[in-house]
Design a protein around this ligand. Structure first.
Ligand SMILES: Nc1ncnc2c1ncn2[C@@H]1O[C@H](COP(=O)(O)OP(=O)(O)OP(=O)(O)O)[C@@H](O)[C@H]1O
Ligand SMILES: [Mg+2]
Length: 237
């Protein structure tokens, strides 16, 4: 089943067609993704829920081309990639511009200041300039953590760290944000605040958002909601 209307004349930021992924250990084979189809329009948000171990993180890793699949196709905009093909250098370079990724555990670099963490993706793709430096401050202001710009992450709270990680994911104005349980380490209230900021900022920045969450309330806050089970993704809203 397709998660979204698959009209070929429409522009999608992110698509997956018949994505497959198994893990083999010894004699056994665990089929995690049997045939996942997904279509995400520009600036649209979609939540994915599913039991622990059903393959949500695996799906996001495949979509980001951080992991190879066994079959199927992935589209970043109009660019088609075979999921089973190893990514080439061009794709690795493109990832930093096309996608922003947010994880439950933040993954900020503890030795760098907040400002340096947020600007790092711009440094890595060679787009560091005065405008990008101003954008760091703009995003930190949006996230309400501009006063922490010169602080290092170990001195921030969990909620503050995730706000910084969201700013970092957005620095290169990506088409798509992939968020894997971004509020998983936060209490309900802080998680709610971070989620509101994430949804609001993605909308303002016109970035599509794929949100993996275990929280039904957050799953309802996106434009559409889907559940991953038995290796397939099905829309519930
Ligand atoms: N590299 C790997 N080698 C073998 N098995 C793996 C590997 N990565 C994931 N798996 C297995 O694939 C299944 C899906 O894992 P995944 O991390 O995608 O689940 P998830 O839906 O994100 O779960 P959670 O909600 O707990 O984060 C699990 O059974 C996991 O043990
Ligand atoms: Mg996971």
């Amino acid at each position: 089943m397709h998660c979204g209307v698959n009209n070929t004349t429409e522009h999608f930021s992110l698509q997956a067609k018949s994505l497959k992924k198994s893990f083999v250990f010894g004699d056994s084979r665990l089929e995690v993704l049997r045939s996942v189809n997904l279509s995400l329009r520009k600036a649209e948000s979609l939540s994915i829920q599913g039991d622990s171990g059903c393959g949500k993180s695996t799906l996001l890793n495949l979509l980001a081309r951080l992991e190879q699949g066994d079959g199927g196709e992935i589209f970043w905009g109009n660019k088609m990639m075979e999921a089973s093909q190893k990514q080439d250098a061009k794709q690795i370079a493109q990832r930093g511009t096309y996608l922003g990724v947010i994880y439950q555990a933040y993954y900020l670099i503890p030795e760098l200041t907040v400002f340096q963490n947020v600007i790092l993706p711009a440094r890595l793709n060679g787009s560091l300039n005065q405008k990008k430096q101003e954008r760091v401050i703009h995003l930190l202001q949006k996230m309400g953590v501009e006063k922490k710009a010169n602080q290092i992450p170990p001195k921030l709270s969990g909620g503050e760290r995730q706000r910084v990680a969201i700013a970092r994911a957005l620095i290169n104005s990506p088409e798509v944000i992939l968020a894997d349980e971004p509020t998983g380490n936060l209490d309900e209230k802080t998680g709610g605040e971070v989620m509101d900021l994430l949804l609001q900022t993605c909308e303002e920045e016109k970035a599509s958002l794929l949100l993996v969450t275990h929280n039904p309330k957050f799953a309802k806050a996106t434009d559409r909601a889907a559940v991953l089970s038995d290796g397939e993704l099905n829309l519930i809203v």
